[in-house]
Design a binder for this molecule. Sequence first.
Ligand code: BG6
Length: 482
Amino acid sequence: MPHTFVIFGASGDLTSRKLIPALYNLRRKGRLPEDTKVVGVSRTAFSHDEWRASLAESTEKFAGENFDAELWSKFAENVFYQPGDVANAEDFTKLDAFLKELENGDEATRVYYLSMAPRFYGPTVEQLGKAGMAGDTDDCSRRVVIEKPFGTDLATAQELNKVVHRSFDEKQVYRIDHYLGKETVQNLMVLRFANAIFEPIWNRNFIDHVQITVAEEVEVGKRAGYYDSAGVVRDMIQNHLLQLLMITAMEAPVRYAADPVRDEKVKVLQAVKPMQGDDFRRDTFRGQYRGYTGHEGVDARSRTATFAALKLCIHNWRWQGVPFYLRSGKAMSCRTTQIVIQFRQPPHMLFNDGPRGITDANRLVIQVQPNEGIQLHFQTKVPDAGMKMRQTDLDFNYQREFRGRSMPEAYERLLLDALEGDASLFARADEVEAAWKICDPILQAWQSGDKPTLYMYDPGFWGPEECSEWMSAQGRNWFDIC
Ligand code: BG6
């Protein structure tokens, strides 16, 4: 079936920066059928040609050296624009008529991509339903892709799910989290489930703890207004970090398909007991970088956390007693996303000079970005030095191993999957709700004022110094690897 890709929020930043370059790259790589139609919808009055011209400019900028003017002109022949206001039912009837005309009366897969301000998600989905554009819930040829944030807390996420399900069946709904589109995140599933050697040690018997860090060097910049109402928990932890947690901790699904994968992921979140009482003070840590309140759009007395560290425990047979430390922040030393699996120490050390502390024990470091790869750290005998040992590593690096193959943008994979009807790398309704169940109590406790302290940190560091003390008080250290 030919595809029609409809973008609501066509004049927005995400469309020009990510969505159109991803679609263009898919076409360039021969993965997007040539007759795929891309239709932009927003309130701005553009003609088809005006929109194409503005996209040509932005795509050249964001697709970089992959931009080819000739190929772009061919791609742009199938790019269209239809003005429309979410509040106006008639605009949806017009849009449907326009899409039918483009589709020439033939059957086509339609993907509606909601890339607009989140307050428009519900109304847009409702209008699609009312206009009969959500299609037959059985054949799944009509799909809706919904960007994050999916709600701002559990209640709003549940409400949005209800609204969405009035028009679309869950099988038609694709909640996007671009972290799942990253090659290295998918590779984590390959590492765990396409190799036999990791599974037997991937549990409480061998693992001391896990650290998941998503550090960003950037400050909040132009998104300060949005960020001040969101903060790091809503912006990063509820979605990206919990996705990484789920993939690290899940059981092997019975097969690689949307529901078996998501069933196992949801079980991980269900096993995390929501915090209460003293837990917030003991197991959560928050910070704000100095200068944050000086951004335009940020309340001068804002207590919004731009840094957070959480200790989560997964109460099941595999992970009982193994803390998962999640840490994320803006204005940090460098941009890095990594998952550190810290193994236990050997049960008995034979060598007098042997390592003793947990940081000398085996460690698997999964570098999600930007230095994509995996390192396994282990002890090695130093030559000609008695039984002296040193930690060394086996180092797999994507760039080195797959020379000439650049890492694709996460959106490429995800948009293609949505067009092809594979929801394995998208979040299900119960998954986002389970994630909010973990985050909601933390947000509420932090809002209640006094607990825990909001520590300040200077931009360019690994968050507040006190966070290292918080970690060492638990007998562990953060691995700050740039
Ligand atoms: C987004 C957040 O979802 O992810 C941003 O809203 C953040 O605040 C971004 O900067 C990080 O994505 P990436 O792919 O650059 O790690």
